[in-house]
Design a protein around this ligand. Structure first.
Ligand code: C2E
Ligand code: SIN
Ligand code: FE
Length: 328
C-alpha cells in the first residue's frame, strides 16, 4: 500500500511516546505508508491531541512519566467519543505482564519494539479498516434509534413509554437472570419494538376510540414494517424476534404469525409483558391509565383466557409486587 488515499480520507495515526527517537521511527514508517501522522510526547498531551484531531488509530507507548499508556487507554475507552479508536500498545518483547494489563485497559493490539515494518503496516491497516466498519455500523444504529424516537414523539400520549420500557427491561431481565446480551436486546427492544409505527398514518395511530377492522389491519402491519427496517443490520439480530413477535398470544390467537406457546421466541414473550404492563398503567388516546393492581388483574384475566405464558406471568407478578409496589 502506498499513498493512494484521497487527502480528506487519509487515515490519521497518533504516535505517543516520550522518547523522540522511537517516535521518529514509527512516524517515518507510517508516513511512507501514506498515513497522516500526529505526535504526542506524554499521556496528557495524547488526550489533548485525540480531542483535537480525532485520529483513526493510536500507537501508544506503555511506560511514560506522568500518565502511563494504560491510563490513557482506559480513559479513551470510557468516552463515547473516543471508544472506537483502536489502541495499539508498544511493548518490549516478551513483556507478558504489560500485555495482560494492556488487554485489561481495553487495548486492541500490541506491537513490540524494534518495529517490524511489515507487521506494523499490516496491523495498522487492518485495525483502521475494522474501525471504519464499526463507525458505519454505529451510525446505522443511531439512525434506527432516531427513527424510533420520531415515532414516539408523533404520539404525545406515549410520553416516556420507551424510556420506561428500557428501565423495566433491564430490571426484569436481571430478575430473570438473563445473560447480558439478552438484557441488552430487551433494552434495545424498548426503543425499537414499535419502530414500524412509522408506517402507520396519524388517523389510525392517534385515533381516540376503537379501531375499525380496516384500521386494525393497518395497525397490525407495524410489526412487519419494523422487522423490515431493522433486518439489514447484523447487530439487530437479537431484537428482531422482539419486534416481529411481541403481539403473539400463548394460545396462538396473536399476530403476525399465530405462534403457539414456546414457539413464541422467549424474549418476545418477556418483552410483551413489559409492553402491556406499561401500556395499561399509562394513558393512551384510546384508554385511561390503570393502577398497577388493576393492570396485574387485567394481565391475570388474559392469562386465564390462555393469552399469556402462566409461568412467566407468575414471575412478572412477583417481580412487580416485590420491586414496584409498596410492601404490605
Ligand atoms: P400500545 O398502545 O403501545 O399497546 C401495546 C399493547 O398493550 C396492546 O397490543 C395490548 O396488548 C396492550 N394494551 C394496551 N391497552 C390495553 C387495554 O386497554 N386493555 C388491554 N387488555 N390491553 C391493552 P395490541 O392490542 O396488539 O395493540 C397494538 C397497538 O395498536 C397499540 O399499542 C396501539 O398503538 C394500537 N391500538 C390498539 N387498540 C387500539 C384502539 O382501540 N384504538 C387505537 N387508536 N389504537 C389502538
Ligand atoms: C387489547 O385489548 O387491546 C387486545 C390485547 C392483546 O392483543 O393482547
Ligand atoms: Fe407493538
Amino acid at each position: 500500500m502506498s499513498a493512494s488515499f484521497l487527502d480528506s480520507d487519509r487515515p490519521k495515526v497518533l504516535v505517543v511516546d516520550d522518547h523522540p527517537s522511537s517516535r521518529m521511527t514509527a512516524v517515518a514508517l507510517l508516513s511512507v505508508e501514506g498515513y497522516e501522522v500526529l505526535e504526542a510526547d506524554s499521556g496528557s498531551a495524547a488526550l489533548v491531541r485525540v480531542g483535537e484531531c480525532n485520529p483513526d488509530l493510536i500507537l501508544l507507548d506503555v511506560m511514560m512519566p506522568g500518565m502511563d499508556g494504560f491510563e490513557v487507554c482506559r480513559r479513551l475507552k470510557q468516552e463515547e467519543q473516543t471508544r472506537l479508536i483502536p489502541v495499539v500498545f508498544i511493548t518490549a518483547l516478551n513483556d507478558r505482564r504489560s500485555r495482560i494489563m494492556g488487554i485489561e485497559a481495553g487495548g486492541d493490539d500490541f506491537l513490540t519494539k524494534p518495529f517490524d515494518r511489515l507487521e506494523l503496516s499490516a496491523r495498522v491497516r487492518s485495525l483502521i479498516r475494522q474501525k471504519r466498519l464499526n463507525e458505519d455500523l454505529d451510525h446505522a444504529e443511531k439512525v434506527l434509534f432516531s427513527i424510533a424516537g420520531t415515532v414516539e414523539s408523533r404520539d404525545p400520549a406515549t410520553g416516556d413509554h420507551c424510556e420506561r420500557l428500557v428501565t423495566l427491561g433491564a430490571a426484569f431481565g436481571n430478575f430473570l437472570n438473563l445473560p447480558r446480551n439478552e438484557v441488552r436486546d430487551l433494552m434495545w427492544g424498548g426503543h425499537l419494538h414499535d419502530i414500524g409505527k412509522v408506517g402507520v398514518p396519524d388517523s389510525v395511530l392517534l385515533k381516540k376510540g376503537k379501531l375499525t377492522p380496516e384500521e386494525w389491519d393497518i395497525m397490525k402491519q407495524h410489526v412487519i414494517i419494523g422487522e423490515n427496517i431493522c433486518k439489514p443490520l447484523r447487530t439487530m439480530r437479537g431484537v428482531i424476534p422482539i419486534i416481529r413477535n411481541h403481539h403473539e398470544r400463548w394460545d396462538g390467537t396473536g399476530y403476525p404469525d399465530g405462534l403457539v406457546g414456546d414457539e413464541i421466541p422467549y424474549l418476545a414473550q418477556v418483552f410483551q409483558i413489559l409492553d402491556i404492563y406499561d401500556a395499561l398503567t399509562s394513558e393512551r388516546p384510546y384508554k385511561r391509565a390503570f393502577t398497577p393492581d388493576e393492570a396485574l388483574e387485567i394481565i391475570a384475566e388474559e392469562t386465564a383466557k390462555g393469552w399469556r405464558n402462566p409461568k412467566l406471568i407468575e414471575q412478572f407478578t412477583t417481580f412487580i409486587r416485590t420491586t414496584h409496589l409498596p410492601q404490605t
